[in-house]
Design a protein around this ligand. Structure first.
Ligand code: ATR
Length: 278
């Protein structure tokens, strides 16, 4: 608790100044009448453990954990949800009775955005994921649980895509390939960009064969203007091409629910975000 009696939360990342989480959680708190404070906490990797424990010791109630700390923080939690262990990453901490509970709300955030906000049918859909890093690992199991027909992981480095297949092959149809090997023979209903290329200002040769006029394209990255991938997909004639703003708000709502026991209305917050983004 803060000295003025308000429950304290925050987001730890490095860098973190660009994070929208404080705005989103303040909007949730306003909407649901919850009295809380949410801080932006820039923490270097070698200071992470101390910073988390310090936040806990001083009465903090919960944290969001973002890039680059999501895998590392999993090492200091006392208990971890099954979805966080499958993702190999933690994005939400709950401090309770002296213990640290770690969860991961990214996967459920993506699925809610796809199904509820965007009206995409996942069942029996062939899904292509570009990239095989931490972001990819966090979304495979939730997609498989949504009964997709197949998951294909295309990555610049084939061995990393193959590692993902090894991790998730017992839960559904999953294959690995390079960008060059993506063929137009399988029609993809959903293509997700989970590479960090755009964030780093790169524009790799994304696989053109993946896109048809029936393909929905989703970039886990987001920005005030279209990301390179979402622009590319729209230009290639995809049915629709969207950025991950909805996932961001939905994962935050799930964290808020874990902390406060109330579920905020995300649609109105997404609308407010769109206004502030324009
Ligand atoms: P994250 O945790 O955000 O997923 P990561 O683990 O560093 O980040 O993974 C980044 C992903 O983006 C990887 O799949 C990486 O491809 P490699 O495994 O070949 O490194 C992919 N990526 C990053 N920059 C890229 C680029 N310019 N072209 C193609 N893929 C890129």
């Amino acid at each position: 608790m803060a000295s003025d009696g308000i429950d304290r939360y925050g987001v730890m990342g490095y860098p973190v100044s660009h994070s929208r989480s404080p705005v989103i959680h303040r909007l949730f708190a306003l909407q649901t009448g919850q009295n809380l404070q949410y801080e932006l906490l820039q923490v270097a990797p070698d200071k992470l453990q101390n910073a988390v424990r310090q936040f806990q010791r001083t009465g903090g109630k919960g944290l969001n954990i973002t890039v680059p700390h999501k895998a590392e923080v999993a090492r200091i939690v006392d208990q971890m949800s099954e979805r966080a262990s499958r993702a190999g990453a933690v994005n939400t901490l709950v401090f309770q009775d002296g213990d640290i509970f770690g969860d991961n709300t990214d996967g459920v955030g993506l699925i809610r955005d796809l199904i509820t906000n965007l009206g995409i049918q996942l069942r029996d859909t062939n899904v292509l994921i570009l990239g095989a890093g931490g972001a990819t690992r966090g979304i495979i199991a939730p997609l498989q649980e949504s009964d997709v027909a197949s998951v294909t992981i295309a990555n610049r480095t084939l061995s990393k895509a193959r590692d993902m297949v090894t991790l998730f092959k017992s839960s559904g149809s999953i294959t690995a390939c390079t960008f060059d090997e993506v063929s137009g023979q399988r029609s993809y209903g959903l293509v997700i960009n989970a590479t960090s290329a755009g964030v780093k200002g790169d524009s790799p040769p994304y696989p053109e064969a993946a896109i048809s006029k029936e393909t929905f394209c989703y970039d886990l990255s987001y920005g005030l203007t279209p990301t390179p991938f979402s622009r590319w997909a729209a230009e290639r004639g995809a049915m629709r091409s969207v950025m991950g703003w909805g996932m961001l708000v939905e994962q935050a709502a799930e964290s808020f629910h874990l902390w406060r026991g109330v579920r905020p209305d995300t649609v109105s917050v997404l609308k407010q975000m769109a206004i502030s983004a324009s």
